[in-house]
Design a protein around this ligand. Structure first.
Ligand code: SAM
Ligand code: SF4
Ligand code: FES
Length: 358
């Protein structure tokens, strides 16, 4: 191993600050350095979170989307998708069932679908909070400050809205009808309103460079993210990016591990996209810095239509089967399912300092 690489890993263990050049260097381990990088991220994960893995049950409640992101199967111009919407009562029932089978966090995710007014969603959030003891994460895209405020007041705790890429040029190429500045504005508003903020990126996007990935990692730190979702880009044949190849599992693991080094307190999921590209993808993520998994709790009949990308895992399983499966995966690597809500350590301690929870 190169001495400079080893020095940077030691600096991470000691909670040091990193320059852009150092982050780029960390993202380019040589063959004999990769495992040490993953191991170092795993050591820091264990120091902050112990061996508990937090589960977030995701309800994919609508696959209608008014946006046209070039990479996504839910984009409005994709006519090759059967669209569905769950009614508020169905969403609430699924959330109550998710609590029954052991989830303490529910993620409500959809395309950008204005059918669900903020008023409707506030009522859904209130009803879930009345009937289930769960934290609620929303992942419904860009809305205004007042919408976010009302949803927080109704009881939403967290919000997941990935930056996807911190490069303004790449962002504009991939999102013809969206503004980079507005994406940032949403994340800042959510922080201001006291949400736990989830951001993140995709790895292996067309035209993406390693320098941009380093900037993503520094962006996560600057925005003070509580959660960071890092997944490989998976090429979807029903999108304009059909001719590009998918991102690599190993590159995604490198970005995940370096993100753990630079953002030690963030909740990092081993993403479904990682598990969809590699049958051991989530296990690999959990041993390279991740401490969260987000199994699907949506009713089986809708699952296969939330086709963001092809070969998505868990489309034929019932919520109970996924719950059982994921516990087995977690225990197989010597970890255990947490029974807590999995709050951000930053909100628990109210500070940015390294939090030793054990
Ligand atoms: N509409 C909301 C939004 O965009 O924030 C939430 C739903 S969107 C389907 C959730 C995530 O899916 C996005 O943040 C994006 O990272 C991911 N995604 C979309 N298309 C993808 C693809 N082809 N490969 C990997 N991830 C993808
Ligand atoms: Fe819609 Fe989100 Fe997909 Fe973009 S990533 S097309 S906003 S569902
Ligand atoms: Fe769904 Fe394994 S988590 S089948």
């Amino acid at each position: 191993m190169r001495a400079e690489y080893n020095d940077l890993l030691k600096k991470a263990i000691n909670d040091g600050e990193f320059t852009r050049e150092e982050v780029i260097f960390l993202l380019k381990p040589e063959d004999d350095e990769k495992d040490v990088l993953f191991h170092t991220a795993d050591v820091i994960r264990k120091e902050v979170f112990g061996d508990e893995v937090h589960l977030r049950g995701i309800i994919e409640f609508s696959n209608y989307c008014e946006r046209n992101c070039l990479y996504c199967g839910l984009r409005r111009d994709n006519k090759n998708l059967t669209r569905y919407r769950l009614m508020p009562e169905e969403i609430i029932d699924i959330a109550v069932n998710a609590e029954r089978i052991g989830y303490r966090t529910i993620v409500l995710q959809s395309g950008e679908d204005s059918f669900y007014t903020t008023e409707i969603l506030c009522q859904v959030v209130r009803d879930i909070k009345d009937r289930a003891d769960v934290a609620i994460t929303l992942s419904i895209g860009e809305r205004g400050f007042e919408d976010y405020r009302l949803l927080k007041e109704a009881g939403a705790d967290r919000y997941l809205i990935k930056q996807e890429t911190s490069s303004p040029e790449l962002y504009r190429k991939l999102h013809p009808d969206m503004r980079y500045e507005n994406r940032i504005r949403c994340q800042k508003d959510l922080k201001t309103l006291g949400y736990e903020l989830g951001t993140g990126n995709m790895v292996g996007l067309p035209w993406q460079t390693v320098e941009e990935l380093a900037d993503d990692i520094l962006f996560f730190r600057e925005i003070d993210a509580d959660m960071i979702g890092i997944g490989p880009f998976i090429s979807n044949p029903h999108t304009p990016l059909r001719n590009f190849s998918s991102g690599m599992v190993e590159d995604t693991l490198k970005v995940l591990a370096v993100t753990r080094l630079i953002n030690p307190l963030a909740n990092l999921p081993a993403t479904t996209a990682l598990g969809s590209l590699d049958s051991y993808g989530r296990q690999k993520g959990l041993t390279a810095g991740a401490n969260v998994v987000m199994p699907n709790v949506t009713t089986m009949k809708y699952r296969r239509f939330y086709e963001i990308y092809p070969s998505k895992i868990c489309t034929g399983e019932r919520p109970e089967a996924c719950r059982h499966c994921i516990e087995g995966i977690i225990e197989s690597i010597g970890r255990r399912v947490s029974s807590g809500y999995g709050e951000s350590p930053k909100s628990l301690r109210g500070g940015k300092e390294r939090c030793i929870m054990k």
